[in-house]
Design a protein around this ligand. Structure first.
Ligand code: ADP
Length: 543
């Protein structure tokens, strides 16, 4: 027998509608490239989102159409995301830091019909637009300027589209299981893969991140959203902020320590979200100027391991609580967050801080387990180490256009991370089995780098590993075996990567060895290399 409650589904337009009506006067601020702050409110954001949605309807776009965005975090981007999924389309948020060829690939793979592009990324468009196979309209975001040049190139302006819209437009009723947002993530081999979120998974996720034991969000908060919206909906906060009706500050393209500190202090920010690389710059800035962070209560740091010294420094010097979280694009993203249990209340301060180091415990919608090589579950004893598997309603089932499920027979998803779980359920990430390196929150494929370097005449074999780096968390290091009788120099090997991959993906250094350690299948044993070269950059820096 089915329940007798209303059949109204959980959809993203419900969130913006709520914020518009019930938190209408709460501020949404947007910072432009010059650092100027534009003030808006949830009421105005909601109204503009409805206007854009009605204009998209008028353009003839249909439910399920994919509409891409290439933009930093700003008010227009927020309005667009709500407009697109609100009328039934799918908002495809694109990472502008990808190599242009990758952007072309994902736009074509997603079959985007429209692209909305912040004017600062126009270079990507000019050089590559002829390669987009399905794009029918390109709209420039930001103030209308250089109209003649834009028209010559066939670009239109989002501002005109918005002005054409109907402010009395009502959100349609949508099916909660329909897709709302599309994000791509790096594949270990080959091309990026699309993760297609449903309205329901987004709303459920927004609800759970708002819980006190996760991000503890409320209408009393003032949130600074440094994590880009193209990184899994800014870790879900694009939607959670409207759900709880918090003040929202969207920092635009300038994410350096100085800009972030001044926004925190000028806008009375209570919580902010960013990767450790940004928090490191914030601490450097504070150290330089002696400024404090009076209003800031907590920050969320994730995307990669958060160093322990950073957690201590924020707590001891600035009374800011760092919430260390683990997640991935495939898990919406929140999997675990480190917040204390009741049983920790009376622990001494030092022990309380030590408890904050690991990646935390799972939220209600995610089950986690670690398994050995045969797939047998390992004990939660804080010592056994194994492959991390996850399961739950906010976890992916299959990638876009894939026929095959990505889950095992029991519905578990293999994360490619390795970890330990302790008796209280806290997860510690200890290693990564997937061949990816994460530099400043962005992925670099070690396999791709290996393929390039092995193509060099003087290289016999090579492995590329991620090595700890203070600023970028990890940077690629090439461990190479030269062809006998040749004597390649580090510079010529590094130069060989130029124009084959994005500049920031080029490895930092090459170490030549006589012989690489090989497994029984003839592949370099990267785990051993990661262990041996763990402190390479740190030691090099210290001479
Ligand atoms: P996001 O960057 O939003 O977390 P991605 O899908 O790009 O999402 O990256 C997910 C991967 O990042 C994880 O599988 C893991 O390898 C790494 N990662 C995320 N959080 C942590 C963490 N707290 N500690 C260690 N690695 C992490």
């Amino acid at each position: 027998m089915k329940g007798n409650m209303t059949k109204i589904g959980l959809t993203t337009n419900m969130l913006i509608s709520h914020a518009e009506k019930n938190h209408g006067q709460t501020e949404v601020l947007s910072v432009d490239v010059k650092g100027d702050v534009e003030k808006s409110t949830w009421q105005k954001v909601g109204e503009r989102a409805r206007k854009i949605a009605s204009a998209l309807d008028k353009l003839g776009l249909k439910k399920g159409d994919r509409l891409g965005t290439i933009s930093p975090n700003n008010k227009e981007h927020l309005e667009l995301l709500y407009a697109i999924s609100g009328f039934g389309g799918i908002a495809h948020t694109i990472n502008p830091r990808l190599f242009p060829d990758e952007i072309v690939y994902i736009v074509n793979h997603a079959e985007d019909k429209v692209l909305f592009v912040d004017s600062s990324y126009i270079a990507i468009l000019i050089g590559h637009r002829h390669l987009f196979e399905t794009v029918e309209h390109i709209y420039l975001m930001g103030p209308k300027k250089d109209e003649f040049a834009a028209n010559m190139n066939g670009f239109k302006f989002l501002n005109d589209l918005t002005d054409d819209g109907d402010k009395n437009y009502n959100w349609p009723e949508l099916n909660e299981n329909d897709a709302a947002v599309l994000c791509y993530t790096s594949g270990t081999t080959g091309n990026p893969k699309g993760v297609l979120y449903s309205h329901k998974s987004i709303v459920v996720h927004a609800n759970l991140v708002s819980l006190p034991d996760n991000f503890n969000l409320s209408a009393r908060d003032s949130l600074l959203l440094v994590t880009p919206m193209f990184h899994v909906n800014a870790w879900g906060v694009t939607y959670a902020s409207a759900m709880v009706g918090s003040k929202l500050v969207l920092p635009g393209p300038n994410l350096d320590g100085k800009s972030v500190v001044s926004l925190i202090n000028n806008e009375n920010i209570t919580m902010s979200f960013a990767i450790p690389t940004i928090w490191e710059e914030v601490l450097e800035q504070l150290d330089k100027t002696g400024e404090k962070l009076e209003s800031l209560d907590r920050i969320l740091s994730g995307g990669t391991a958060v160093p322990e010294w950073m957690i201590r420094q924020f707590k001891n010097d600035y009374s800011v609580h760092v919430i260390h979280a683990w997640g991935m694009t495939e898990t919406s993203p929140l999997g675990t967050a480190n917040t204390p249990l009741g049983a920790h209340a009376n622990l001494p301060k030092k022990q309380k801080i030590e408890k904050m180091y690991n990646a935390g415990r799972p939220n209600w919608s995610v089950q986690i387990k670690i398994v050995d090589r045969e797939g047998i579950e390992l004990p939660r004893d804080g010592e056994s180490e194994g492959d991390l598997l996850v399961k739950g309603p906010t976890v992916i089932e299959r990638y876009l256009h894939d026929k095959q499920s990505s889950l095992d027979n029991d519905g578990w998803f293999k994360t490619g991370d390795i970890g330990k779980i302790d008796s209280e359920g806290y997860l510690e990430i200890t290693d990564r089995s997937k061949d990816l390196i994460k530099s400043g929150g962005e992925w670099i494929s070690s396999l791709e780098l290996e393929e390039i370097v092995r193509g060099h005449d003087k290289i016999h074999d090579a492995a590329v590993i991620g090595v700890d780096h203070k600023k970028w968390n990890e940077r690629p290091l090439v461990i190479a075996e030269a062809v006998k009788g040749t004597n390649p120099k580090e510079k010529e090997i590094l130069d060989f990567f130029k124009n084959k991959i994005a500049k920031w993906q080029i490895p930092d250094a090459v170490v030549f060895v006589d012989e690489l350690p090989l497994s029984s299948t003839g592949k370099p044993i990267k785990r051993d290399l990661r262990f041996e070269f763990k402190n390479y950059f740190e030691e090099k820096k210290n001479g």
